[in-house]
Design a protein around this ligand. Structure first.
Ligand SMILES: [Zn+2]
Length: 115
């Protein structure tokens, strides 16, 4: 078994690309198959939690980060680095794991705030 981190794009199907069977991979998908740096502030910890579970509980010997051609997420990230982030806005709600408080994303501060 390996941990496979891939893009949410429906054209990306790791099982068929590797000719794998169900159970061969523990799969995590996100936009542009990003693996953000670990933080202790409870922000964006989904990928870190998956990696921790795969390594400590499932004891996977390998982690595969699989990108793909013409990825819109990667193009968006590149656009942000080039100062063209106008088309990218993050929206959403999340629950703070520690307090259970429901938070909303504030586009002006680029952070989650109480609602
Ligand atoms: Zn993609």
């Amino acid at each position: 078994m390996a941990l496979l981190i891939s893009c949410c794009d429906s054209r990306v199907n790791g099982l068929s690309i590797f000719g794998a069977a169900h159970g061969d991979f523990f799969v995590h998908r996100n936009i542009a198959n990003l693996v953000p740096p670990y933080h202790t502030d409870n922000h964006g910890q989904a990928t870190s939690a998956v990696i921790e579970y795969a390594v400590t509980v499932l004891k996977v010997p390998r982690i595969i980060v699989m990108g793909h051609s013409k990825c819109g997420g990667v193009a968006g990230c590149r656009g942000m680095c080039e100062g063209n982030a106008g088309a990218l806005e993050l929206h959403g709600l999340r629950t703070d794991i520690g307090s259970g408080e429901l938070l909303a994303f504030d586009g002006s501060t680029k952070d989650f705030v109480s609602i």
